[in-house]
Ligand binder design. Sequence first.
Ligand SMILES: NC(=O)c1ccc[n+]([C@@H]2O[C@H](COP(=O)([O-])OP(=O)(O)OC[C@H]3O[C@@H](n4cnc5c(N)ncnc54)[C@H](OP(=O)(O)O)[C@@H]3O)[C@@H](O)[C@H]2O)c1
Length: 258
Amino acid sequence: MTTALITGSTAGIGAAFARRLAADGHNLVLVARDTKRLREQATELHDRHGVEAEVLTADLATERGIGSVEERLGDKRSPVDLLVNNAGFGHKGAYLDVPMADELTMLKVHCEAVLRLTTAATRVMRDRGRGGVVNVASVAAFVPRGTYGASKAWVVQFTQGAARDLAGSGVRLMALCPGFVRTEFHERAGMGTDNIPKWMWLDADKLVTAALADLHRGRTLSVPDPRYKALMGVVKLTPRALLGGVSSKAGRKYGPKH
Ligand SMILES: NC(=O)c1ccc[n+]([C@@H]2O[C@H](COP(=O)([O-])OP(=O)(O)OC[C@H]3O[C@@H](n4cnc5c(N)ncnc54)[C@H](OP(=O)(O)O)[C@@H]3O)[C@@H](O)[C@H]2O)c1
């Protein structure tokens, strides 16, 4: 039996990964900040699928939280076969409307935690000659979309570069780039979603099925829906100035100055 560690497992895309991986018979290490919710999730997945589900409460915006997950990933007696770096959040508002402390928290969760957890996991995986890492980025990585998009662009670049360096080691890395997914993300950030057309919304369970198929195929980048694959094709051909005008507004609530 293999073990998967998922950060941000209690809601949205992370919860969909947990459901799918448990259904496929993987033991789980579930990571988020809310211990009660983690315990309920672990019990439910264990009862439904008969897998072991460990709970690891950690705030990935803190040194202590990142350190505790690094330690678990470095435990060679109970190795992790698949790491899903999924925990993340959005900001309400455009650049200069967001407090610097919140910007730095985003960099800590989206970049520093992803770097450190990927490194802790892949060191052990490389020694074992097998393993996989899915780093959840976003299609926002490819368009001008504030500091959120910038942090996700870092995730894509980092993941594809590390995948290249580890090619032939048996360790696979993939950046997953979803479009809009119905989760708690927008509500938590206090973002309005009225201006997002219905056809742009993706289902988290279908997204995860497509993502795991892409990982299995050895892709280092996954944009797992035909609608967004087509959109990304258009993005490549569109001047960035024009792109910025559209992409920076969709799904973001602006402050009074905008
Ligand atoms: N939804 C979208 O439209 C969309 C699109 C593209 C990419 N994404 C990306 O997908 C990932 C998952 O987002 P989602 O939409 O599933 O969001 P979500 O429904 O809000 O879930 C976020 C999860 O992350 C955990 N989390 C948040 N901050 C954390 C922290 N500091 N430390 C540990 N865990 C933390 C939350 O649990 P606790 O609160 O208990 O910690 C929760 O389990 C994110 O990286 C996001 O950027 C989302």
